[in-house]
Design a protein around this ligand. Structure first.
Ligand SMILES: [Zn+2]
Length: 437
């Protein structure tokens, strides 16, 4: 953990050479423990191609009306930087019919695929933004946010908007979905308010695409029992973090000690213990995913190119942020996301795990880590954590100085017996009725 979270790895930025160094380091540890490789070409590392798209000029929001058959002509156009800004952007182009809603409206039915204009008079910026996010969660492709007290036009000198990388051939983001939020100037808001509902809008801009890669590290312990080895137990964590970014108090390295060097350390330690003891009766996979921070790209690739058929996976237990105790749960307990969704949590508890239901349901952690990518593929996949919503989350100060190693030691130590039960049992957890995501 001291190596993974050290400044030498520069925060293990998603899809960077530092991420590859982390994957190679994990590979060398797995090799030293006697874990078999399950990555590409007889090695531990699995490489996935990604695409990084960059705008080369300011994108525009256009009103499109049909011209001659098969063509579309823009009849009004607003430009990024003066007429609107981007609060969040995951797609370089999108289009849809305009739908106008008020932030205070209780039961606005969002039209699937709409571009929603969200206005508000008495609502705060936060409330308007929340309404925009919920409209997207309900199926809008984008939200145009009109905050009160905006300037007539923006006069800031802003950089072109940034886009997250995509997995090559997989433009649909499986974790977090697509979120496109534009912030409008007063003039743009007025112009859009005058347009009739259903007016066809599109967002476009010139881009260049650069190819890159992200890396997973995967190891395997083949089960010793011919009757049980077809059943796969997966333990996972994400090896990437945010890399080098805007400095805070002079520190620009986002070390990601808790997020998620702590989870990687837990899975490595379980790997070491399981490889050193009597061979588990079931097959154990140990996966360390790249580019989780960019929407679960490594785990998405893993589910499309699994080293063993996904149908044989009994479960996935992901480890996230166990580096500090959570004051919301007793002592060194950990919580399990999606507790109410399956019978996995109660079974682990019955076998001695100090595990309780996730106390932060409003944070939707179940859908915020790699487990969700596996869960969407049908695998009972849940995350163990003890993140107490500390203020070092995604900051350069999530570093080794803030890790409680006594807590981590207690957490991992307490999980060894339940994990040894799990890898030797024939227990296969199941989703509760209607709880499979
Ligand atoms: Zn994380």
């Amino acid at each position: 953990m001291q190596f993974l979270a050290s400044d030498a790895l520069r925060g293990r930025g998603s899809g960077t050479a530092d991420e590859l160094a982390a994957a190679k380091y994990i590979a060398s540890q797995l090799h030293a423990y006697g874990v078999e490789p399950a990555g590409d070409d007889g090695g531990y590392v699995q490489q996935a191609a990604i695409v990084r798209r960059k705008f080369t000029a300011a994108p525009r929001l256009q009103m499109a009306t049909s011209g001659p058959p098969g063509t579309t002509t823009a009849t009004a156009s607003w430009t990024y930087g003066t007429d609107f800004l981007t609060l969040q952007l995951t797609q370089f182009q999108f289009s849809g019919p305009l739908q106008k809603i008020e932030a205070g409206e209780q039961k606005a039915e969002i039209i699937p695929g709409a571009i929603v204009l969200v206005t508000g008079k008495d609502e705060t910026r936060f409330e308007i933004r929340q309404k925009a996010l919920s409209a997207q969660a309900e199926g809008a492709v984008a939200a145009l946010v009109a905050f009160p007290d905006e300037p007539e036009v923006f006069t800031l000198d802003v950089e072109l908007p940034k886009l997250p990388p995509e997995l090559e051939g997989e433009p649909h983001r499986r974790m977090g979905g697509n979120v496109n939020l534009l912030e409008l100037s007063v003039e743009t808001t007025k112009a859009l308010e005058r347009l009739p509902e259903g007016t066809s809008l599109r967002f476009v801009g010139p881009t260049i695409a650069e190819k890159g890669n992200t890396w997973n590290a995967i190891g395997k312990l083949k089960g010793s029992d011919p009757k049980l080895r077809g059943s796969v137990v997966l333990f996972s964590a994400h090896l990437d973090h945010l890399g080098v970014g805007p400095p805070v108090d002079g520190d620009s390295i986002y070390n990601g000690a808790d997020d998620d060097a702590s989870g990687v350390t837990a899975v490595l330690e379980l790997a070491r213990v399981l490889a050193a003891g009597r061979r588990p009766r079931r097959t154990v996979l140990l996966a360390f995913f790249g580019s989780e921070e960019q929407g679960g790209l490594g785990s998405t690739f893993f589910t499309e190119h699994p080293p063993l058929p996904l149908a044989n996976f009994a479960l996935d237990l992901e480890f996230e942020m166990i580096g500090r105790p959570d004051p919301a749960v007793p002592g060194d307990d950990v919580w399990l996301t999606g507790w109410e969704r399956s019978d996995l949590g109660p079974a682990l508890k019955a076998h001695g795990a100090q595990v309780v239901p996730d106390p932060h349901l409003e944070q939707n952690f179940f859908a915020r880590s790699d487990n969700y990518i596996l869960a969407k593929k049908g695998v009972v996949a849940q995350t163990i954590g003890s993140y107490g919503l500390h203020s070092d989350y995604h900051q350069p100060s999530d570093d080794l100085a803030h890790i409680d190693f006594k807590h981590m030691d207690a957490v991992i130590g307490a999980l060894i017996a339940p994990v040894e039960w799990l890898v030797n049992a024939d227990f296969v957890p199941a989703w509760k009725k209607g709880e499979k995501p």
